[in-house]
Write a protein that binds this ligand. Structure first.
Ligand code: ADP
Ligand code: MG
Length: 309
């Protein structure tokens, strides 16, 4: 199988359309940028055994490689448009690549995102790098820098599920929450809905504690977090304290959004968008890092998210 027939067979489903003048097949893709919008660009790499357990189905890997990037775009409030895929494989396994491509195209098609280019190479370890491009109306991106004292700190969905699933899998136990780890759903619609509401935002990839810490550092503020208000799956509810908050505060891979907004905007947002599951979990304060409380009592807990080196 040559590199070219592999691309033709598996990664050429999205041909040129309206705003994509050139898709897969030339030296570069060529894309129109809508008037009045800015490009929003991100890249995320997944390495076998580091970013997913070795028994993860190829279909899930294809899904997740796209999902983590759409999550980054969502965390800026952007509308996803297209992706490129740099795929490095130790060998050509037809069934694996076909399943991977199915997983990748399924999530792309769900969000109207096109695969418009990439690169395919040999490498000793499967490595998947996706670059995603989105658009946002000029000056509306929601950054990590905008948190203000008095803002409500919010999260979407359940926190800690993916980390709990991973811990079960690593102990060779079956996990009811395996899909939360393998098939994270990027909060694409929520991210865009928060334009004009949220002061700051980040997606939770490395742990709520660490990722909120990035907002605090960038904004020069601190936070009070009410642990008991952080939404989690019922399977996590009755775990011992240390274990429970290890997943909720330090566990990664949920790809939910963490954002801040002032109290009036929070009430307005909930009234205007009642279908989104968002929860207030604390408040931005002047300084002091992340201070944790449970039922109003200060508690000590070591915040330590995922780090590569
Ligand atoms: P070049 O030699 O210019 O880098 P390649 O031979 O690597 O071109 O790629 C040929 C075409 O196929 C290009 O349009 C490239 O974007 C696309 N392509 C390569 N690998 C992939 C992939 N894994 N997924 C999607 N498109 C790909
Ligand atoms: Mg190339």
């Amino acid at each position: 199988m040559s590199e070219f027939s592999l691309i033709a067979r598996h990664f050429s489903r999205h041909q040129a359309t309206n705003d994509i003048a050139i898709s897969v097949g030339d030296d570069c893709a060529v894309v129109d940028v809508p008037v009045g919008q800015q490009l929003v660009i991100c890249t995320d790499t997944m390495v076998a055994n580091r970013h997913y357990p070795s028994d993860t189905p190829a279909h899930a890997i294809g899904h997740k490689a796209v999902a983590v990037n759409l999550s980054d775009l969502s965390a800026m409030g952007a509308t996803p448009h297209s992706i490129t895929l740099a795929l490095s494989l130790p060998s050509y396994d037809e069934a694996w690549v076909a399943d991977f491509a199915d997983g990748l195209y399924q999530i792309c098609d769900r969000y109207g995102v096109k695969l418009i280019g990439g690169d395919t190479t040999y490498a000793p370890t499967t490595t998947i790098s996706v670059t995603a491009v989105g658009y946002i109306p000029k000056h509306q991106s929601i950054t990590r820098r905008g948190a203000m004292v008095g803002d409500v700190i919010c999260v979407s969905g359940h926190i800690g599920s993916a980390s709990f699933a991973l811990s079960q899998i690593l102990q060779n136990q079956p996990s009811q929450l395996r899909d939360k780890l393998d098939y994270p759903e990027p909060q694409v619609a929520l991210g865009q809905a928060l334009r004009g509401y949220a002061h700051s935002m980040i997606d939770i990839s490395d742990g709520l504690g660490q990722d909120l810490g990035h907002i605090l550092a960038a904004s020069g503020v601190g936070a009070r977090l009410d642990l008991d208000k952080i939404p989690c799956h019922t399977l996590l509810e009755h775990l011992p304290f240390a274990q429970k908050y290890q997943h909720i505060i330090n566990g990664g891979d949920d790809y939910q959004l963490c954002f801040t907004m002032n109290k009036e905007k929070f009430d307005q947002f909930q009234a205007n968008f009642p279908h989104f599951s968002i929860h207030a979990i604390g408040e931005i304060v002047a300084d002091g890092g992340v201070q944790l409380f449970e039922h109003g009592q200060a508690v000590a807990f070591d915040i330590k998210g995922f780090e590569h080196f």
